[in-house]
Design a binder for this molecule. Structure first.
Ligand code: P6P
Length: 330
């Protein structure tokens, strides 16, 4: 098979869409950051960068050293890109304006290392990103509203997955979902999964330990998955669980629970970008009642319940969720 590097693919897409090259440049900068993060993760076992550094991030979660390295790598490449006027990260309470780029037209939100609770046990983790055109005027100061846009307004979104191999999966507003695998011998992302489409599949994915906290209608849907003899898988890294769902089909869910009555996962830099990818691949994503990409965030680190996967499974879930009045078991 002819090797198509990410650089070549992005150049082809730019030519096809008559684009200016700014979005292409931004995507390539994110890919470079992902290569560096991948390298750091792969040597984590050898260098003392494992373990917690004792403080917490904006979401009140323990921060791991690799989280910091990943966050700094993404910040450095986005700040030097010249195509991005401001960034927002899971690791920082507020967004960060890029002083010498206030004429740039894009803002980027990212989770630098999703699944970081799995770092020390060598389970797949990933970087998730969402790109929007700024809402404020070029040259003006960025505002929080640049980041609180609904997910359907994303101009591009995707993720890097640091697993048995490192992959970059992304889509642009006018494009399809494409997956690239990092060839370490040439340090290039090479097209390995062109035009990805989510199959129906038969896998359901949820943290069973929290079953007793779910709404009774969610419990009934999960019981139905068992009755349908569906396969159960749960990795505990959203980016890995959703990537498996994209490849194999099925449904991933993180419903509301007692400690997280509005859901645990973050809308702007986890659920929106992954919903953008899954919908582009022919799937669906909902909070149980509203399309994820239609949800309006009130704050940067907003959380939401999420059910995401093949359309046929999401439609069946909705039949359960909308079939009878809620009897809250939380
Ligand atoms: P639980 C990882 O910490 C994460 O943020 C997501 O990547 C993952 O889907 C979820 O939390 C796992 O949460 O409660 O099942 O450990």
């Amino acid at each position: 098979m002819k090797i198509v590097t990410l650089e070549k693919f992005v150049a082809q897409q730019q030519k096809e869409h008559g684009a200016t090259g700014e979005l292409s440049g931004l995507i390539l900068d994110i890919a470079t950051a992902a290569k560096i993060i991948s390298h750091q993760i792969n040597k984590a076992g050898l260098v003392d960068i494992l373990g917690k550094i004792g403080n917490q991030n904006a979401s009140g979660e323990e921060v791991q050293k690799l989280d910091i390295i990943a966050d700094l790598s993404m910040q450095e490449h986005l700040k030097n890109s010249g195509h991005c006027c401001a960034i927002a990260s899971e690791e920082n309470t507020n967004f960060v304006e890029i002083s010498d780029s206030n004429n740039a037209k894009y803002v980027v939100l990212f989770d630098p290392l999703d699944g970081s609770s799995n770092i020390d046990v060598n389970v797949s983790i990933g970087t998730i990103f969402a790109i929007y055109q700024r809402d404020t005027e070029l040259g003006q100061e960025c505002q929080e509203r640049d980041f609180l846009q609904q997910g359907y307004k994303q101009v591009a979104a995707g993720y890097a997955l640091y697993g048995t191999s490192t992959m970059l999966v992304y889509a642009t507003k006018n494009g399809t979902v494409n997956g690239f695998t990092l060839d370490n011998s040439i340090c290039e992302f090479c097209l390995s999964h062109p035009n990805m489409q989510i199959p129906k599949g038969r896998t359901y994915s949820v943290n069973y330990a929290k079953y007793g906290e779910f709404d009774v209608k969610v419990q009934q849907y999960i019981d139905d998955c068992v009755a349908q003899d569906m396969e159960f898988r749960y990795i505990g890294s959203m980016v890995a669980d959703v990537h498996r769902t994209l490849l194999k089909g099925g449904v991933f869910m993180y419903p509301a629970t007692r400690p997280y009555p509005n859901g645990k996962l973050r809308l702007l830099y986890e659920c929106n970008p992954l919903a953008f990818i899954i919908k582009k691949a022919g799937g669906a994503a909902t909070d149980g009642y509203t399309d994820i990409l239609q949800l309006k965030a009130g704050k940067l680190h907003e959380r939401t319940p999420i059910f995401i996967g093949s359309a046929v499974h999401i439609n069946r879930l909705k039949q359960f969720l909308q079939s009878q009045p809620a009897t809250q078991s939380i």
